[in-house]
Design a protein around this ligand. Structure first.
Ligand code: ZN
Length: 240
């Protein structure tokens, strides 16, 4: 059975529910690449769901910031505002859970999980050059990463680095290395506002990328009602 790979849920319960409905019956375990909280209005329900349902979850930069393990000084003002709000509403148990999350890279079976990059959990893999710089830190044949909120990732051959097209099923070949981004469940930034996730089959050696529509109106309404920055609500409709 495939593994359900989630990343960057960002306290968006409507997007998470839609992903779980869409993927139902197609996986036997769930892994999460971090950033459970911040930006969205449902940090407690999302952390509680994660605690109860994921087999392995690693920490993201927003998880560190919202449990107080990291300062907010590198955050832009809107992210700082929502992180401060998240700190005030998170339950003690959920803060403790975020604080105890392991950092990536973390090996699961024969593949790796990282939030940002194999070289640094807080680094972004956006360009081919970013990937080239992180190349030496890549260990497993397949590494899942998040942080950029862009579905797809990169294929590394001996000669080149190429982007992976998430519109096709990825077939993992033994000669190459793969950095695979399932996309963001709760705040996509690849101009497609639908919630993103991936199903990885270690037996078939395939990755299926998925997108699913969800009730953006409801998630945005909750963000506004909580008094969180308007841009966190507005961006959900356009996926940027
Ligand atoms: Zn994130």
């Amino acid at each position: 059975m495939p593994h359900l790979i989630l990343s960057d849920i960002h306290a968006n319960l409507e997007a998470l529910d839609a992903v779980l409905r869409d993927a139902k019956g197609q996986y036997d375990l769930i892994l999460c690449l971090g950033d459970l909280v911040d930006y969205g209005a449902d940090p407690n329900p999302v952390v509680e769901w994660t605690r109860a349902n994921t087999l392995v979850t690693i920490r993201g930069n927003h998880d560190k910031a919202c449990c107080g393990a990291d300062s907010l000084e590198h955050f832009h003002p809107a992210a700082r505002a929502s992180a401060m709000w998240t700190r005030t509403v998170l339950s003690r148990e959920n803060v403790d859970y975020l604080d105890r999350l392991p950092r990536g890279p973390l090996r699961f079976e024969n593949y790796d999980l990282v939030h940002g990059s194999p070289a640094d959990e807080d680094e972004y893999l956006i360009t081919i050059l970013d990937v080239d710089r992180a190349r030496e830190a890549i260990d497993a044949r397949v590494t899942f990463f998040g942080h950029t909120h862009v579905q797809g990732g990169f294929l590394l051959t001996r000669q080149a680095i190429r982007r992976i097209d998430p519109n096709r099923v990825l077939e993992v070949e033994p000669d190459h290395f793969y950095l695979v981004n399932p996309g963001s469940v709760g705040q996509p930034r690849d101009s497609d506002p639908r919630a993103a996730y991936a199903l990885y089959s270690p037996d078939a050696q395939t990755v299926e990328y998925h997108r699913v529509e969800y009730d953006i109106e409801k998630a945005a309404h909750k963000i506004r009602a909580a008094g969180l920055p308007e841009q966190h609500a507005a961006r959900l409709f356009v996926g940027i």
